[in-house]
Design a protein around this ligand. Structure first.
Ligand SMILES: Nc1ncnc2c1ncn2[C@@H]1O[C@H](COP(=O)(O)OP(=O)(O)OP(=O)(O)O)[C@@H](O)[C@H]1O
Ligand SMILES: [Mg+2]
Length: 263
C-alpha cells in the first residue's frame, strides 16, 4: 500500500458564473520514504493538489487514501485529526506566530495534541536541535533570519511525528544559499525515512528530489525518477514504525493555526 493513493482527482472552483478546473483527473501514488518535487506553471494546480494531499481541502471528485484511510468523505474534524497525526506543513511564508519564541512556536501543535508541558518542552528542544537551531530557542521570528525562521517552521512540522512533510514553495522567500541549506535539511529528513513532497518553481531546488512531477493545466504532464542531488544517501524505510524523535505516538486533536496552516 502506498502512503498516498490518489485516483482521478478533480477540483472545480466556482466563482460567480465562472468555473475554474484546477485539477482535471490526477492519479498518483507516492510510497513511504519518497522525495517528490512538483513543478509547473503558475495556476497549473500544484497548490490545489497539495491542499488535497494535506487534507486541507477535499476534491470535487475522485478518491484519496492517505496511509489506507479514505479521506474524500471525511468531515472537518476528521480531516483535522488526519492532519495532526500524519502531516507536517511547511509554507513559503513560514507562518510563525510573531512575538512568540521559537520554542513556543514549536510547542504549539503539541499543546493542541494534548502533550504534557514537560514532554512538549523536551520534544520542542529536540526538534530545534535537529534543524540546527540549538542556540536560538528564545528568539522571536523577528529576531531570526528567513532561513532560521524556516528551520523553526520545519521543527514545528516535525514535532507531532508526521509520516509526511508537505512543503509548498519552502524556499520561495529565501536566497539561494539559504535555500540550499533548507533543502539539505529536508533531504536529511528524507534519508531518515520521512516522505517529503515539495512544490517549487526552481529546477535546482527540484533537483534535490528523487522523483519529479510536472503539472500543466490541472494534469500531470511528466512523472519521472531523476538522480537526486542527495544521491548516494539511501533512504531508510520508516514505515511509521520508528518515530523520528523516539517518543510514543500521541493522540490527535485539531488546531490548524498551531501547525502554521493558514486560517
Ligand atoms: N480558492 C480558490 N478559488 C477559486 N479559484 C482558485 C482557488 N484556488 C486556486 N484557484 C484557481 O485554480 C487554479 C490552480 O491554482 P493553484 O493555486 O493550484 O496553482 P499553482 O500551480 O499552485 O500556482 P502558483 O505556482 O502560482 O502557486 C488557478 O487557476 C487558480 O486561480
Ligand atoms: Mg501554488
Amino acid at each position: 500500500m502506498a502512503l498516498i493513493e490518489a485516483r482521478d482527482l478533480t477540483k472545480v472552483y466556482s466563482m460567480g458564473d465562472q468555473t475554474v478546473h484546477a485539477l482535471r483527473g490526477v492519479s498518483l501514488d507516492i510510497e513511504e520514504g519518497e522525495f517528490v518535487a512538483i513543478m509547473g506553471a503558475s495556476g497549473s494546480g500544484k497548490s490545489t493538489l497539495m491542499n488535497i494531499l494535506g487534507c486541507l481541502d477535499l476534491p470535487t471528485a475522485g478518491e484519496y487514501r492517505l496511509a489506507g484511510e479514505a479521506v474524500e468523505g471525511m468531515q472537518t474534524d476528521q480531516l483535522a485529526s488526519v492532519r495532526n497525526r500524519r502531516i507536517g506543513f511547511v509554507f513559503q511564508q513560514f507562518n510563525l506566530l510573531p512575538r512568540t519564541s521559537a520554542l513556543e512556536n514549536v510547542e504549539l501543535p503539541m499543546v493542541y495534541a494534548g502533550v504534557k508541558a514537560a514532554q512538549r518542552r523536551e520534544r520542542a528542544v529536540a526538534a530545534l536541535q535537529k534543524v540546527g537551531l540549538g542556540e536560538r530557542f528564545n528568539h522571536t521570528p523577528a529576531e531570526l533570519s528567513g532561513g532560521q525562521q524556516q528551520r523553526v517552521a520545519i521543527a514545528r512540522a516535525l514535532v507531532n511525528q508526521p509520516q509526511l512533510i508537505l512543503a509548498d514553495e519552502p524556499t520561495g522567500a529565501l536566497d539561494s544559499e539559504t535555500s540550499e541549506d533548507i533543502m539539505r535539511l529536508l533531504a536529511d529528513l528524507n534519508v531518515q525515512g520521512m516522505t517529503v513532497v515539495i512544490v517549487t518553481h526552481e529546477a535546482d531546488i527540484a533537483a534535490w528530489a528523487r522523483r519529479k512531477l510536472v503539472f500543466k493545466d490541472g494534469h500531470i504532464l511528466e512523472d519521472a525518477l531523476q538522480p537526486s542531488k542527495n544521491w548516494g544517501q539511501t533512504p531508510i524505510q520508516n514505515r511509521g514504525q520508528t518515530p523520528i524523535f523516539g517518543q510514543t505516538p500521541i493522540s490527535p486533536l485539531s488546531a490548524a493555526s498551531a501547525s502554521g496552516v493558514p486560517a
